[in-house]
Ligand binder design. Sequence first.
Ligand SMILES: *[C@@H]1O[C@H](CO)[C@@H](O)[C@H](O)[C@H]1NC(C)=O
Ligand SMILES: *[C@@H]1O[C@H](CO)[C@@H](O)[C@H](O)[C@H]1NC(C)=O
Ligand SMILES: *[C@@H]1O[C@H](CO)[C@@H](O)[C@H](O)[C@H]1NC(C)=O
Length: 809
Amino acid sequence: MKAALSGLLFSRKMLWVAFLMLRLWGCHGDFTYSIPEEMKPGAVVGNIARDLGLDNGGLSLRSARIELKGSRKRYCDLNLKTGELMIAEKIDREEMCGSKTCSLKYELVMESPLELHEIILQIQDINDNSPHFPSDEIKLSIPESAVKGARFSLDMAKDSDVGRNRVQSYTLGRNDHFSISVHSNADGVKYSELVLDKELDREEQQELSLLLTAVDGGSPQRSGSATIHVTVLDANDNRPVFSQPVYKVSLSEDSPVSTLVLTVSAVDADEGANGEVTYAFSLVSDKAARLFTIDNVNGEIKVAGPVDYEDETDYEITVQAKDGVGLASSAKVIIDVTDVNDNAPVIYVKSLKNPVPENAAVGTEVGIINVQDDDSEGNYQMSCTIQQNVPFKLISSIKNYYSLVTTGELDREEIADYNITIIATDGGSPPLSSSKIIKLSVSDVNDNPPVFEEQSYSAYVSENNKPGSSVCSVTARDPDWRQNGTVFYSLLPSEVNGVPLSSYLSINGDTGMIHAVRAFDYEQFRSFKVQVVARDNGSPPLSSNVTVSVFITDENDNSPQILYPTPEGNSFMTEMVPKAALSGSLLSKVIAVDADSGQNAWLSYQIVKSTDPGLFTIGVHSGEIRAQRDISESDSMKQNLVISVKDNGQPSLSTTCAVYLLISDNLAEVPELKDMSYEENNSKLTSYLIIALVSVSTFFLTFIILIIAVRLCHRRKPRLLFDGAVAIPSAYLPPNYADVDGTGTLRSTYNYDAYMTTGSRTSDFKFVQSYNDNTLSAGNTLQKHPLDNSDCLDFTDAGSKFSTLVNVF
Ligand SMILES: *[C@@H]1O[C@H](CO)[C@@H](O)[C@H](O)[C@H]1NC(C)=O
Ligand SMILES: *[C@@H]1O[C@H](CO)[C@@H](O)[C@H](O)[C@H]1NC(C)=O
Ligand SMILES: *[C@@H]1O[C@H](CO)[C@@H](O)[C@H](O)[C@H]1NC(C)=O
């Protein structure tokens, strides 16, 4: 095929040569040849000799030579033999002339004669160069925002050939976005522009590769190509897009701070800063803004404060996502707060009757309780209870309201204060409860009378007490409060022995101390009773009373009193003693009484002086004077004895008396009796005795008159009056005795006791012969008897009677 091609080329050269020779022939010496470039060395351009009309040897004869002007290269040689101009070295038109018209000018010099011809060798272009781009790859960066029709100039392709062999056109490989537009500049050079036919989207396609081909107009045609590498540049044409338009989330109200609530996320398709999303709350209530925070980078919404269902049950927040350039979009976040049983019920005391009077009826409403719980539904169902051991209960009235009522009697004196614990429990799981203590006081009502500590009181006061001395103290207690329990004492007015009680006793109203107002006399009365009233200060007041028995105890304030022998100093009171009286025979008896009682009235007798000591003895307790030995003739006829009678009190009191004894069988023998009495040196003693007896008698007399008057006055009935004379002989001679019984009634017509031993319980008048069983047993009774007779005064009792039997003589 190559051989065929070169054959073709050769035949074309032949045609050209013929054509040029014909043309040049007429130019008179100057020869112009036109040859294509790139001919092989040795190729014949033309036959100069023939064109000059010379013979085959003619050129060599004339020493013809050719010279190329201005170049050291020859490119062609002249064959002198044949006269042919031949290619000596390959001619590259592009190298030699570039884009200009290319020709070589030779001078043909011949000698003999010198002849100069110009030979012009015109070099014709052949399409031996392909178009080519400066680089195989054309890089283009086109923003995606570029509009349709935008043009982007492209590098030109180069082709060293000229004319039609230059680049004639550009083509672009198939694609969706671009087309090519080809232009020629002033020099006729073709260039191309890339035209955007359809907008780019970086997010769809980031890069494109296009094949750009340049073709020339030669024949055969040549082409060159390059790859256009289009990088689509990002434009901030996308907003951030949230993954959901609305986010809904539930949040338990007890969530602690920094609990993650949810994460919102928005995506921006753009690149770089255009695609960097930041988050923020855009529409948010102040409250929600305090409770939640959003992380502006990762979109995490977290709890920032105490979320309380009872405060707000849901929050709606608009969240905005913004890219770096400022395109934004928003989404809604709804946070539902769920209730947790975090609120214990609260107990309110709406009203309270405090204090409650202790006499409040069972079922009295004392207070109203209200229970509230902020939680919802199940967490809200409540129950309310009270502790068991109090006399109160709760009655559920209206919803969540309870009445506190009494279930039993209240007694302030037993329990004055109650701490009532109310417990409210809700229905949550776990249930919460709370409690409240209500302090309730019970107020006093005067429901307790004063109560004496003892059922009755007895007081013992010795007679001759000092006025104002305390007798006894009574105490009454009242458990009520303050004035309802303040006790005042008083004596119930009455009379004692016809005299108002107040002149005997007084009471300290505050302390209950009973004082004597005057001195008491045992011999006057021995006991009496008073009623003490204790009254509180309530309104109305309550009172109670108690009996105080006052017993007056005896003191030895009365001396023994001699009844016989009469202390009048009567010298006739002389005892006759038979001369033949034997040892031990009863000769006489001293009779004495004592107004006191008991030991104080227990008398003892003693001979303190005698004419003939040893002749007589006296019974210590009986007062009987007996002969100690047989009386003899030698004994003096007149015998005087001084006898002391002493009671047993502390200190004891005593009285003395004189006894005159006459030892004689015949009264006629009695000489000067008078002398006898005066003979004694005891006239002083006698006068004392007389004074004593008279005064005692007077006292008793007065006293008896008084008593009888009282009795009469009381009974309005005539009483026996006794013979008031202190006539001892007539008194002791009758062999009867008087008895005053417990009722004070005289049983006998004659009463010694009444005036002699008032108040005596015992008498020591004891005569051996005249003893009577009754009087003995009664006389020995020394004990006190309870005073139970209706009279205020007790003169005698059964055991106090004494008998006086004077029949000794
Ligand atoms: C009630 O409670 C108080 C203390 O709050 C206590 O001093 C008092 O003794 C209590 N009373 C009763 C009856 O429990
Ligand atoms: C005493 O009792 C009366 C009712 O009997 C009552 O009204 C009053 O308040 C009580 N006084 C005190 C100090 O409690
Ligand atoms: C003394 O108390 C008794 C009951 O204890 C009562 O019957 C009597 O009336 C009271 N007397 C006075 C004077 O209050």
